[in-house]
Design a protein around this ligand. Structure first.
Ligand code: FMN
Length: 301
């Protein structure tokens, strides 16, 4: 009997839809039945965004406050594999995806089911994936694989280009100078390679070695400097979301947060990284390797 796979995702630009199409192609070619579902929140997020609305999404993203989703029906009650395509928003799963993972009817689909997460983002997905791990555990799902597709350009170049892309909806080169934003066309097409790997495990129904094989293929590649910034920023975002959420002067606080973020990323982060590189990193190589291994994996501690 053919294997039944559900691939559920959210996308604004279509990037994650392309990734899902390429990733699932080998599964379909092998005879699996792949049901694709693009979810939508009832109150749509704009694309292109405006700057205030972009920052408006921060507290609810970080606090995993669910939004209502458009109703959807699935063809099956149980699947052999569920693929979840997600994008991080403010170092957390995007609101549509965190809403989905908390939806009781979807949690029952996830229960006791192998799940693979696949993301398309700028370059910071670690915190979001830790939150996914927790939500999936609460749903009783069995996370067997994770693939993180990122913009591989310099962290500061991609900071400029992601805002250009998000605020104009144009995935092209800003002023003809900056690199193209988002995951490269080559890497989007390359998602098929990871689909080939998943195909083997789907065939046998045994998932134990999948993530190790994906890591060997560089389906996830934890970079130290990004991991370092994310670990710190994740904690700071949690504090800011608590300060801002439910407050009467929310809009003013979000403006303060916007400038804080700009200074933190462009001024404080490089300085802290420099201090770390001189005084800490050289003496912590074992701990760093352990952290990188953990974030590359699918376990939750
Ligand atoms: C509100 C918002 C916050 C974002 N925060 C992050 C983030 O924390 N880390 C990251 O790597 N990318 C971040 N991105 C980029 C997205 O993860 C994603 O790459 C981009 O929105 C394109 O996805 P799409 O398939 O929905 O079009 C953010 C985008 C938006 C709109």
């Amino acid at each position: 009997m053919s294997k039944k796979v559900l691939a559920v995702y959210f996308t604004q630009s279509g990037q994650l839809g392309e990734i899902i199409d390429n990733f699932t192609r080998p599964l379909i070619a092998s005879g699996a039945t792949v049901e694709k579902l693009q979810i939508q929140p009832v109150n749509k997020f704009p694309f292109p965004w405006t700057t205030p609305v972009f920052f408006e999404a921060m507290p609810e993203s970080v606090k995993l406050i669910p939004a209502e989703l458009e109703p959807f029906t699935l063809k099956e009650i149980r699947y052999n594999l569920v693929i979840i395509g997600f994008q991080p928003w403010f170092l957390s799963p995007s609101i549509p995806i965190s809403s989905l993972l908390q939806l009781p009817s979807f949690k029952s689909v996830l229960k006791d089911t192998p799940v693979i997460t696949i993301s398309g983002c700028r370059n910071m997905w670690i915190n979001a994936q830790e939150k996914n791990k927790r939500l999936l555990k609460e749903a009783g799902a069995n996370l067997v694989g994770n693939i993180a597709l990122v913009d591989k350009h310099n962290n500061y170049a991609s900071l400029v280009t992601i805002f250009y892309w998000m605020l104009t909806a144009k995935k092209d080169r800003k002023w003809g100078i900056f690199p193209k934003p988002g995951v490269s066309d080559e890497d989007i097409a390359g998602a098929a390679l990871f689909g080939e790997t998943v195909k083997e495990n789907l065939g046998t129904g045994s998932w134990g070695d999948l993530q190790a094989k994906l890591v060997a293929q560089k389906a996830v590649d934890v970079k130290y400097h990004l991991m370092f910034i994310e670990r710190k920023a994740g904690k700071i975002f949690t504090i800011w979301s608590k300060i801002i959420y439910g407050k009467k002067n929310r809009s003013s606080l979000l403006v303060v947060f916007k400038y804080y973020l700009l200074i933190a990323l462009c001024v404080a982060a490089p300085l802290i990284l420099l201090v770390d590189a001189i005084f800490f990193k050289p003496f912590l190589s074992k701990r760093i390797e352990k952290q990188k291994k953990y974030y590359s994996g699918v376990e939750l501690i």
